[in-house]
Design a protein around this ligand. Structure first.
Ligand code: ADP
Ligand code: ZN
Length: 616
């Protein structure tokens, strides 16, 4: 059974059969990734969903499978023109009729797509928001059998997000004009505040939020002091000889200089930034993907939509402005699941640079957002708690144990039992009705009759002054640790009030202990240089001549077709192919990423190459 009439009332079991069949036939994948099927099942019922998945988690299939299952057209709104083309080419590579409409098309190309639309020949249409709201286009869509809207990069709709797009705000009209059509919004980066806004701003009806784990346990996390960066980088290069990595810099000049220095010590390095012309940019990208270049020194422009699985390290030469951006960038390392190393250099000068830019922002609300985000990044860099726990609690994910794969876990400070200290603060938060920002909480704990305290009558809170014997500085340090440990959260939309989490409630009830680092230890450790640690990536079992031969063949085929290599097969597919070394079409069909279309198109050539290799 190919199509289901939208929306369906079938059971989840039937949905699973339909979805698994489409997954195998069109994409050649055997199993769903976590949360993919749950989202698909929900969308097939015609319901709205907000989907949070880390980069590389497989968001696209969450709407592509329903698009194939539904009878009509799925409209995908995406702000990134370059990625649109990639996705459409990848779909076409799997034999799925898809197209995109954005400002990069010429008149003739555009007319052809409109023709296909009128004839109902397309399953997926990608559009930029500008294009969607161009005059008359929504009316045109009303005439067509639209059955699903997917809003990609959905965090752009929230002005609290780190990349707000004003035209995304208008997407609220989708639900007004197409009230019956389900909407699925997807993002890899949204804190709690942004997440709750997405559903509201899109006017979704009782949306369900799906969150995949953001944890990437194979990535080691470390923060190094910003002094002597070059020496540290030389050491890092030494332990990743011939391996691929990305170094993010905050300026074009910085990226260029660093690339030259690396070339000077014999590293195959290049730089990449927005000022390069498009040809040069795609050359650098291709060379990196094919392993001809090992290290890219880049501004944030690099890495979006690049499907390269064997990036062994990501270095932040400068402090990023937001935790979301940082996490997305380190997420480009170790996508193959093998160990990969991430290092952040932290210097106060970088904080000042960011602050300098922030000061120039005119819109006061936006300025506040930028500064608050920078604060969180700074706190992360300075923190003395397990860094993974901090990151996961930033994305509102509870994590139990310390990770064992970050610099703090590997070289832990001394902790003392801070349960009672925590209970004092948490109880004040609860007794205030969760109405205290951090500085006022310190006043309450210290018993200070500040204006903020007197105006609200906080001196009547039972725990007022309960922490008078601890300095205000120490309280700030402790409260920040409570936030890092996921006991408290900051509600940025509501005056930065502190809110208690489930984990925090458990502490209050005495069900959970809290280990704290003393403010003296924090100071001491921040001043002492840290040792960086050896992380050795294990060579993948598939690494070898066959893989190289398969990559060479992929390159040839892609060149003949005039398409990027990943349209033929992804790295992950080739690795799987090299491991399985299929001898016939049946075995070939079992390789991850080989669907009907690709089997028909490429089996002969790849099987021949594998046979030739096995004979040699
Ligand atoms: P995201 O948009 O979340 O960054 P994508 O949708 O681009 O991620 O998927 C990342 C990669 O994972 C793609 O190469 C995709 O084909 C692959 N992928 C997605 N789902 C699966 C699956 N169920 N099995 C195998 N590979 C998958
Ligand atoms: Zn850790």
């Amino acid at each position: 059974m190919e199509f289901v009439s939208e929306p369906t009332t079938l059971s989840s079991t039937s949905h699973r059969e339909i979805a698994a069949d489409l997954l195998e036939r069109h994409f050649g994948y055997k199993t769903f990734r976590p949360q993919q099927f749950e989202v698909i099942d929900h969308v097939l019922r015609g319901k709205d969903a907000v989907v949070l998945m880390p980069t590389g988690g497989g968001k696209s299939l969450c709407f592509q499978i329903p698009a194939l299952a539904f009878e009509g057209l799925t409209v995908v709104i995406s702000p990134l023109i370059a990625l649109m083309k990639d996705q459409v080419q990848a779909l076409q590579g799997n034999g799925i009729p898809a197209a995109f409409l954005n400002s990069s098309l010429n008149f003739g190309e555009e007319r052809l797509i409109h023709q296909q639309l009128r004839h109902g020949e397309l399953k997926l249409l990608y559009v930029s928001p500008e294009r969607l709201f161009q005059q008359g286009f929504l009316d045109q869509l009303l005439e067509m059998n639209v059955c699903l809207f997917a809003v990609d990069e959905a965090h752009c709709i929230s002005s609290w997000g780190h990349s707000f797009r004003p035209e995304y705000k208008q997407l609220s009209v989708l639900k007004q004009r197409f009230p019956q059509i389900p909407v699925v919004a997807l993002t890899a980066t949204a804190d709690r505040t942004v997440r709750s806004e997405i559903g509201q701003l899109l006017r979704m009806r009782e949306p369900r939020t799906f969150i995949s784990s953001f944890d990437r346990p194979n990535l080691s996390l470390a923060v190094l002091p910003g002094q002597d960066r070059w020496k540290a980088i030389e050491r890092i290069m030494g332990r990743h000889l011939g391996k691929c990595g990305i170094i993010y810099c905050n300026s074009r000049a910085g990226a260029e200089k660093l690339a030259a220095k690396l070339q000077g010590i014999g590293v195959k390095a290049a730089y990449y930034h927005a000022k390069l012309d498009p040809e040069e940019r795609s050359r650098v990208q291709d060379d990196f993907i094919q392993g001809k270049l090992h290290v890219i020194c880049a501004t944030i422009a690099f890495g979006m939509g690049i499907d390269k699985s064997d990036v062994r390290f990501v270095i932040h030469y400068n402090l990023p402005g937001t935790v979301e951006g940082y996490y997305q960038e380190i997420g480009r390392a170790g996508r193959d699941g093998q160990p990969a190393e991430t290092i952040l250099f932290y210097s106060y000068a970088d904080v000042q640079t960011h602050m300098h830019f922030a000061e120039e922002i005119e819109d006061p609300r936006y300025k506040e957002v930028v500064i608050a985000k920078l604060d969180r990044m700074k706190e992360y860099a300075q923190a003395q708690a397990c860094r993974r726990t901090i990151l996961l609690s930033y994305f509102s994910e509870e994590s139990g144990e310390a990770c064992g794969n970050c610099d703090v876990c590997k070289d832990p400070p001394k902790y003392f039992d801070g349960t009672v200290v925590a209970q004092k603060a948490l109880s004040a938060v609860v007794r205030s009705g969760q109405k205290l920002p951090l500085s006022v909480l310190v006043d309450v704990l210290k018993g200070t009759h500040s204006p903020a305290v007197s105006e609200n009558g906080w001196q009547r809170i039972k725990t007022f002054g309960a922490g008078h014997d601890t300095t205000a500085f120490a309280w700030v340090q402790f409260i920040q640790q409570f936030i890092h440990l996921g006991l408290l959260e900051v509600d940025y939309r509501d005056h930065h009030h502190l809110i208690i989490t489930r984990a925090g409630e458990a502490v209050l009830r005495g069900e959970r202990q809290v280990g704290l680092v003393s403010p003296e230890t924090i100071k001491e450790r921040q001043e002492r240089p840290k040792r960086s640690r050896q992380v050795v990536a294990e060579p993948s079992a598939a690494a070898g001549n066959l893989l190289a031969a398969l990559k060479e063949l992929r390159r040839e085929i892609a060149k003949q077709m005039g398409k990027p290599a990943y349209v033929v097969f992804s790295d992950a597919s080739l690795i799987d192919m090299a491991e399985k070394a299929p001898k016939n079409i049946y075995e070939f069909r079992l390789v991850n990423g080989v669907g009907d279309h690709k089997a028909a198109q490429y089996a002969d050539r790849f099987l021949a190459a594998i046979a030739a290799h096995l004979l040699s």
